[in-house]
Design a protein around this ligand. Structure first.
Ligand code: FAD
Length: 392
C-alpha cells in the first residue's frame, strides 16, 4: 500500500491518518517513521517524554549484537544500530557511544553460550576469554576461576533520554502533532476508524499504534496476554579510580553469576559507575503508583556484587532511579497487528531488553499500520505464538 494521502483536517475535526499512544522509546520512533512516510499523525503521552515514570530513562542503555536471548534478534539489532547512526546524523549530536561490552558467566550458563551461538550463526566478531585473560585485560574485575567471558567490541551505550528527545524533535519537524500530559483513557472502533478518548477531546484515526510500555496491559486488555510489570533499580557509585572511566577503556559489563545477573556502565559523568541487577524485581500492580524509593535489601545485593567483583569501586551511592520492566510470558517482545483490528499495531512486553531496538520497532509498527506487513524480520515476535497462551 502506498502512504496514505495527507488530509488537512482542522483541529476541530481531529481526524488523523494515524495516532500513536505512548511516546517513549518505541512510540517516539513510530511517530517519526509515520511522519516520515507522509502520514498525518498525532502522538499522545500521559507524561512529557522523555520522563522518568516509565521504562526509557536512567541515562544509558546497552546496545549489543551477539544476542544471548535468541539469535533471531541479531538482524534487528544490526538494523537498529544503523538507524541510531542515522538519527545521530539527523539531530547532529552523539547518541551512541561504542565502548565494548564484556559478558561474563559460566560455560553452562545462559549468557556466554547464548552470545557464542548468536555470534556463530550471524558471523559476528567476539572474543572468548578465560577468567585469567579477562582479569588481565580488565584489571578492575574479580572473576571466579570457572568463569568465562566474551568481549564484543562493537557494543556500546545509548543516551536514552536524548534518543527519545531526538525522535520526538525529528517527528515534530516532519509535521507530527504531539500532545503531552494527555492520558488515553479508552479507544474503540467507530465505523472504519479508531475513536480515542483524550482528557478534553475525542480524536479519530484510521490507524492506531499502541506503544504504552508498562501500561500496555490496560490498553490491550482484550488480547488477554499476561504482562507483568517489575520495579527495577539503578544505582550509581562514587568512583575515583580512573580505570573505571569509559574514556580510559573501561567497557560495559554484564555478569551472570549464581547470585543473579548484574550489569553496569563505566564512569561517564561525576555520578561514577552505574550498577544494576537484571534478574529479580518486584511485581507492581499499578505502574503509575510505583514507589521511587530504593529498596534496602535490593541495594544490599547490588553492593555485595560490587564488593565481590568490582575492585576499588566504593559502595558510596551518588544516585538512584526506579525504572519499569514489562515482562511478556516468554520474555520476548510482542510486536504485531491486533488479531481483530488490522489497522492497529502494537509493541508490548519488551521484557527489560527493548530500548536498543526501538528504531526498528517503531519502523515495523509504521509499516504494519500503513502496509499491513513489514519487511523487517519480526515474525518471531508475533502475538500468535503458543508461548504467549495464558498459563504458559
Ligand atoms: C532499569 C532498566 C534498564 C534497562 N536496560 C536496557 C538496556 O541496557 N538495553 C536495552 O536495550 N533495553 C534496556 N531496558 C529496556 C528498555 O529500556 C525498555 O524495553 C524500553 O525503554 C521500553 O520502551 P517503551 O516505549 O515500550 O516504554 P516507555 O519508554 O516507558 O514508553 C511508554 C510510554 O507510554 C506512555 N503511556 C502509557 N500509557 C499511556 C496512556 N494510556 N496514554 C498516554 N500515554 C501513555 C508512557 O507515559 C510512556 O511515555 C532497560 C529497562 C530498565 C527499566
Amino acid at each position: 500500500m502506498s502512504p496514505p494521502a495527507t488530509r488537512h483536517s482542522t483541529p476541530a475535526t481531529r481526524h488523523y491518518d494515524a495516532l500513536v499512544v505512548g511516546l517513549g522509546g518505541v512510540g517516539s520512533a513510530a511517530l517519526f517513521h509515520l511522519a516520515q512516510r507522509g502520514a498525518r499523525v498525532l502522538g499522545v503521552d500521559r507524561f512529557q517524554p522523555p520522563h522518568d515514570r516509565g521504562s526509557s530513562h536512567g541515562h544509558t542503555r546497552i546496545i549489543r549484537q551477539a544476542y544471548f536471548e535468541h539469535p533471531d534478534y541479531v538482524p534487528l539489532t544490526k538494523a537498529a544500530l544503523a538507524s541510531w547512526h542515522d538519527l545521530q546524523q539527523r539531530c547532529g549530536r552523539p547518541l551512541y557511544h561504542r565502548v565494548g561490552l564484556l559478558q561474563i558467566g559460566t560455560p553452562d550458563g545462559t549468557v556466554v553460550p547464548g552470545v557464542l551461538q548468536s555470534a556463530e550463526r550471524h558471523n559476528l566478531a567476539v572474543e572468548l576469554l578465560t577468567a585469567t585473560e579477562a582479569a588481565q585485560r580488565f584489571p578492575t574485575l574479580t572473576l571466579p576461576r570457572d568463569a568465562v567471558a566474551v568481549f564484543e567490541s562493537q557494543a556500546g551505550y545509548l543516551l536514552v533520554e536524548d534518543c527519545v528527545q531526538a525522535y520526538l524533535q525529528q517527528a515534530a519537524s516532519l509535521g507530527a502533532a504531539i500532545r503531552v500530559h494527555t492520558p488515553v483513557h479508552h479507544w474503540q472502533i467507530d465505523g472504519s476508524q479508531f475513536r480515542v478518548e483524550l482528557a478534553q477531546e475525542t480524536c479519530w484515526a484510521e490507524r492506531l499504534v499502541i506503544a504504552a510500555g508498562a501500561w500496555a496491559g490496560e490498553l490491550l486488555a482484550d488480547l488477554g496476554i499476561r504482562l507483568r510489570v517489575l520495579r527495577k533499580h539503578l544505582h550509581w557509585y562514587a568512583c575515583s579510580d580512573p580505570r573505571y572511566r569509559a574514556d580510559q577503556g573501561c567497557p560495559l559489563f554484564l555478569y551472570e553469576s549464581g547470585g543473579g545477573c548484574f550489569y553496569g556502565c563505566p564512569q561517564i559523568d561525576p555520578r561514577g559507575v552505574k550498577v544494576a541487577q537484571h534478574s529479580g524485581g518486584e511485581t507492581v500492580a499499578d505502574p503509575a503508583g510505583v514507589s521511587r524509593d530504593f529498596d534496602v535489601a535490593e541495594r544490599r545485593e547490588v553492593e555485595a556484587f560490587v564488593r565481590a567483583h568490582l575492585k576499588g569501586l566504593t559502595t558510596q551511592p551518588t544516585d538512584h532511579a526506579v525504572c519499569l520492566y514489562t515482562m511478556s510470558p516468554d520474555e520476548h517482545f510482542i510486536v504485531d497487528r491486533h488479531p481483530q483490528h488490522a489497522n492497529l499495531a502494537f509493541a508490548a512486553g519488551l521484557s527489560g531488553h527493548g530500548f536498543k531496538f526501538t528504531p526498528v520497532l517503531g519502523q515495523a509498527l509504521a509499516d504494519l499500520v500503513l502496509d499491513g506487513t513489514s519487511g523487517l524480520p519480526i515474525q518471531f515476535l508475533t502475538v500468535q505464538r503458543p508461548s504467549l497462551a495464558r498459563g504458559s
